[in-house]
Design a protein around this ligand. Structure first.
Ligand SMILES: Nc1ncnc2c1ncn2[C@@H]1O[C@H](COP(=O)(O)OP(=O)(O)OP(=O)(O)O)[C@@H](O)[C@H]1O
Ligand SMILES: [Mg+2]
Length: 361
C-alpha cells in the first residue's frame, strides 16, 4: 500500500478512564489504518472499546476518559482544483479538543454517526461550540427546524446558495427515506419519530461529504428496508466522493456486506484483522471463531448478530494474566496462555492475529 492511500492511522492508542476503583483501559494499544475510499469494519463484544476508539479519532473521548498514549495521524490533503495536492499529517491526539483545527475536521472532514440516537438529541454543546459544529456532530438541536440544520451544514461545507442548499437538503432527506421530505424539511426534531431523527442525523453526516465517516451502529434502530436504503446511500457516496468508512456494528450481515477489511477487538486490543472474506471463511483466533459461530449465510441479508460467547468479560480491575481471553478460550493451553502475553503476529499477506496458537514459544 502506498502511503497516499492512508487517510487515518491509529498507532498504539490508549484510552483510559480514571475512576474511583482504579483505571479502566478502554483502549489498550490499538493500531489500525483507514484507507481512502475503503470500509473498515470493527467488531467485538459490548464494552471492548469500539466506541472509544471512534471517539478518540475525533478527539472526543468523554470525561473522565482520556487519551493516555499513542497517536492518531490524519493524512489531510489540501490543494486540488489546479493547485498541487499536498498531504499534511496531523496528529489528532495532540490537538486542543476545543481548538479551531479539530473543529474544522469534525465539522466536515470526518463525520460521525453516534450510537445512541436518543442521547445524541440532547443539546450538550456548550457556549463555546459553534452551531455548525453541533449540527455536524449530529446532535440535532430540538428548537431548530430539521431543514435549517441541514442547510447550514451544507452551506458550511459547499459553495451553494441557500435555495440550492435547501434543495440538496430535501433530496438528502428523501435519500435517507424520510417520507414527504418537502414538508418534513420544516419540521422540528420532536415532530419526528426516533427512527426518523436517526435518519436525519445520517443525512446531516452525509451532506458534509466527509473524507471519512465513522458509523457507530448507525442503523441498529431502523427497520430492514430503511437500513438497506441507508447502506446503499453510504456506498453511493463512498464512490462519488471517495469517502472512507469505519463501520462499527454487532450485525454480521451488515458487516459482511459493507466492510472490505475487519478488525476484531477484545478488551481494548485488536485480536485479529483480515480481509472480510478471509475473516469470515478462515477466522483464526478462537475469540473470532466463537463470535462468528452462529453465522448462517455470509452475504445473505440477515439481522444475525454476533454470537454470545460462554463466560464473562473479565473485570477491568482484575485482568487475567497472560492472554486476557484465556479463561473463556476453547483452545486454552495451561501453563502457556495463562502466563505469556501474546504478540501481534502476521500469519498471511493480509491477516494478523494475537494468539499463542500461532506463536512458537
Ligand atoms: N463513562 C465511563 N466511565 C468509565 N468507564 C467507561 C465509560 N465509558 C466507557 N467506559 C469503559 O470503556 C470500555 C469501552 O467502552 P466502549 O463504549 O468503547 O465499548 P463498545 O465496544 O463501544 O461497546 P458497545 O458494543 O456496547 O457499544 C467499557 O467497557 C467501559 O469499561
Ligand atoms: Mg459502542
Amino acid at each position: 500500500m502506498s502511503s497516499g492511500d492512508t487517510l487515518v492511522e491509529v498507532k498504539d492508542l490508549k484510552v483510559e478512564f480514571d475512576v474511583r476503583e482504579g483505571i479502566i483501559k478502554a483502549v489498550d494499544g490499538l493500531s489500525l489504518t483507514v484507507k481512502r475510499g475503503r470500509t473498515l469494519g470493527v467488531i467485538g463484544e459490548s464494552g471492548c472499546g469500539k466506541s472509544m476508539t471512534a471517539r478518540a479519532i475525533l478527539n472526543m473521548v468523554p470525561k473522565p476518559g482520556k487519551i493516555t498514549g499513542g497517536e492518531i495521524l490524519y493524512y489531510r490533503q489540501v490543494g486540488g482544483n489546479g493547485k498541487p495536492l499536498i498531504t499534511d499529517v496531523i496528529n489528532i491526539t495532540k490537538l486542543d479538543p476545543d481548538g479551531e483545527l479539530i473543529r474544522q475536521i469534525r465539522g466536515g472532514e470526518i463525520g460521525m454517526i453516534f450510537q445512541e440516537p436518543m442521547s445524541s438529541l440532547t443539546p450538550v454543546y456548550t457556549a463555546g461550540t459553534h452551531i455548525n459544529e453541533a449540527v455536524t456532530l449530529h446532535r440535532l438541536i430540538p428548537i431548530r427546524k430539521v431543514g435549517d440544520q441541514l442547510v447550514e451544514t451544507i452551506q458550511a461545507h459547499r459553495k451553494v446558495s441557500k435555495q440550492e442548499a435547501r434543495e440538496i437538503a430535501i433530496e438528502m432527506l428523501r435519500k435517507v427515506g424520510i417520507p414527504k421530505p418537502e414538508q418534513r424539511v420544516d419540521a422540528y426534531p420532536h415532530q419526528l419519530s426516533g427512527g426518523q431523527r436517526q435518519r436525519v442525523m445520517i443525512a446531516v453526516a452525509l451532506s458534509c461529504e466527509p473524507k471519512m465517516l465513522i458509523a457507530d451502529e448507525p442503523t441498529t434502530a431502523l427497520d430492514v428496508s430503511i437500513e438497506a436504503q441507508i447502506l446503499d446511500l453510504m456506498r453511493e457516496l463512498q464512490e462519488t466522493v471517495d469517502m472512507a468508512i469505519m463501520f462499527i456494528t454487532h450485525n454480521l450481515g451488515v458487516i459482511a456486506e459493507m466492510a472490505e477489511e475487519i478488525v476484531v477487538m477484545y478488551m481494548g486490543k485488536q485480536v485479529e484483522q483480515a480481509s472480510a472474506v478471509e475473516l469470515f471463511y478462515e477466522p483464526q483466533h478462537p475469540y473470532t471463531r466463537a463470535l462468528l459461530q452462529s453465522i448462517p449465510h455470509v452475504g445473505k441479508k440477515s439481522r444475525q448478530r454476533l454470537a454470545s460467547i460462554a463466560g464473562m468479560v473479565p473485570d477491568p480491575f482484575h485482568l487475567p494474566p497472560g492472554c486476557v481471553f484465556h479463561p473463556r478460550c476453547s483452545s486454552f493451553m495451561p501453563g502457556k496462555c495463562d502466563v505469556i502475553v501474546p504478540g501481534w503476529k502476521q500469519i498471511g499477506p493480509n491477516h494478523w492475529v494475537r494468539c499463542l496458537l500461532y506463536e512458537e514459544v
